[in-house]
Write a protein that binds this ligand. Structure first.
Ligand code: FAD
Length: 468
């Protein structure tokens, strides 16, 4: 993929998109297809943002390709291409293993209904009513009911059922039982549609296909380009500043985190007091830790499941899941089928993490804590793949500091902000003409599907603005 170096980009575009996460990529693509000249500037040398991968010891490791809802099929076909859509395949063996229960599921509604009845002995009428309630939740509903209240209403005193329903969502995006039930309900019913899906060929293949599509549609892509400032004058955007370079544009879409966008790229001084007082209430989501295991060529292991939600903690607790020494982790297992053109076995252990726990450590303690985390993952993984230590030839790890370094996200957040961020993101263009934001805000606009869908929504706003 040959991109355009910064000194070769034009001085003026209709739109500049800052950041190449799935939201930024999709927005850029839609705007180019609508006939606008688009420049995509990415700080990292690679496109994709958190939808990323890296190579070590002959292996390719996926960072955030653990599972997304079936909705990706329609979204990718409609807004990207049939070829991208055709590579989406189901993960059929999702495993839960904790002191309260062990089971395997397709993570589809039918299977959850079956499990809740057969294994957890919940009355079918209660299960039906629970699914009817979450399926019926939408964005404009009352936000006062929390997920805890929702669970207590249907499954009082059943911490095992709460765990089954909530643990995967917390693993995915760090949400807690005390957040609005609708944010849980919308994400849960997305997954409950038809199960969990992945992209055959890996993240590298997907992002290459997207980059090809962008270039085919005329988007100028420039990587290794950190935008320092969104330039605003008299309440309107004028362009962006990248080092010494000023690039003019009538519209600027920031895919940088919403907190970065307001505090650092635009600057607080141009916003109204009312907007800033709402912005200051926005909470940033937690970050992640990961340990990556590459299996030596020639070694293999039996099918132990695609996605394993594991914990040795007595009960579900989102606070426990964010601790450095958490006993809860997911293992994403990648078999040779993941990349038929580059067959390999890799395993990625993911944990939630707090930026502050890691950022405050001196170098020596940081290295020691990372080693301790790797060791805990080895011990847990050995329960599912016995003798894993002897099979592994490459181990790497990431902490919230890593996520912060590669994406610049505030406190290395993996899922942007909590729910309040959505209103701030959606209304930024009302504060400054021509400035838009796309990217993880609120659980609904986060994750692979949420980010792509949000990219489409924001592209429509920008298109309308540019034509007005
Ligand atoms: C460990 C982990 C596991 C995950 N697992 C899953 C999963 O299994 N399923 C799922 O659906 N989702 C998952 N996610 C979440 C998902 O990856 C993200 O929600 C989604 O990719 C975010 O897209 P985005 O559009 O918000 O942009 P991001 O991916 O956040 O990208 C923002 C981009 O902007 C760039 N940028 C920032 N500032 C500047 C600047 N000043 N100048 C230029 N560029 C800039 C950054 O470098 C970055 O490339 C996971 C996330 C993490 C961290």
């Amino acid at each position: 993929m040959a991109f355009t170096p910064l000194d070769k980009v034009q001085n003026t575009y209709d739109v500049v998109v800052i950041g190449s996460g799935l939201g930024g990529l999709t927005c850029a693509n839609r705007l180019a297809r609508a006939g606008h000249s688009v420049l995509l500037l990415e700080y990292h040398i690679q496109l994709g943002g958190l939808a990323t991968w890296f190579k070590r010891g002959g292996h390719i490791f996926d960072v955030s390709l653990h599972g997304f809802p079936y909705g990706m099929v329609k979204t990718c076909k409609k807004y990207w291409s049939k070829e991208i859509r055709n590579s989406i395949v189901q993960l059929k063996n999702i495993v839960f293993d904790n002191p309260q229960f062990s089971l395997s599921t397709t993570f589809s509604k039918d299977d959850f209904v079956r499990l809740l009845h057969d294994k957890f002995h919940i009355e079918p009428s209660v299960v039906t009513e629970f699914f009817r309630t979450v399926d019926g939740m939408n964005f404009y509903d009352d936000q006062s009911m929390t997920t805890r209240e929702l669970f207590d209403r249907f499954f009082p005193g059943r911490s095992d059922v709460h765990r089954l329903l909530m643990e995967p969502i917390t693993y995915a995006n760090g949400s807690t039982l005390d957040e609005p039930a609708i944010t849980y309900g919308i994400v849960f019913s997305n997954f409950m549609n038809k199960g969990v899906y992945t992209f055959e060929g890996g993240t590298d293949k997907l992002i290459k296909m997207m980059a090809d599509e962008l270039q085919k549609n005329g988007v100028t892509i420039c990587t290794g380009a950190k935008v320092d400032r969104i330039v605003v004058d008299q309440g309107k955007v004028r362009g962006v500043q990248v080092g010494e370079r000023m690039i003019a544009a009538r519209g600027v879409v920031s895919n940088s985190g919403i907190t970065n966008t307001i505090d650092n790229l635009v600057g607080r001084e141009v916003f109204s007091d009312d907007y800033l007082s709402r912005f200051d209430k926005v909470q940033v989501n937690n970050s992640s830790c990961q340990v990556y295991f590459g299996i030596r060529k020639g070694e293999s292991f039996a099918d132990v499941g695609d996605l394993l939600f594991t914990s040795t903690a007595a009960e579900f607790s989102s606070a426990e899941m964010r601790k450095m020494e958490t006993k809860s982790r997911t293992f994403s297992v990648y078999y040779p089928k993941t990349r038929p053109e580059h067959p390999d076995y890799t395993v990625v252990a993911s944990m939630n993490g707090n930026y502050e726990d890691w950022a405050g450590l001196d170098k020596e303690n940081y290295i020691r804590e990372k080693q301790a985390m790797v060791e805990r993952c080895f011990i847990d993984l050995d329960r599912y793949i016995p003798g894993i230590r002897e099979k592994v030839d490459t181990v790497e790890s990431a902490t919230p500091k890593t996520f912060n370094r590669y994406t610049l996200h505030t406190r290395g957040t993996s899922f942007g902000t909590k729910f309040e961020g959505l209103d701030i993101s959606r209304s930024i263009f009302k504060e400054i003409g021509g400035v838009f934001h796309v990217g993880s805000v609120g659980i609904i606009m986060s994750g692979w599907l949420g980010a792509i869908n949000y990219g489409v929504i924001v592209a429509n706003d920008v298109d309308a603005y540019l034509r007005s």
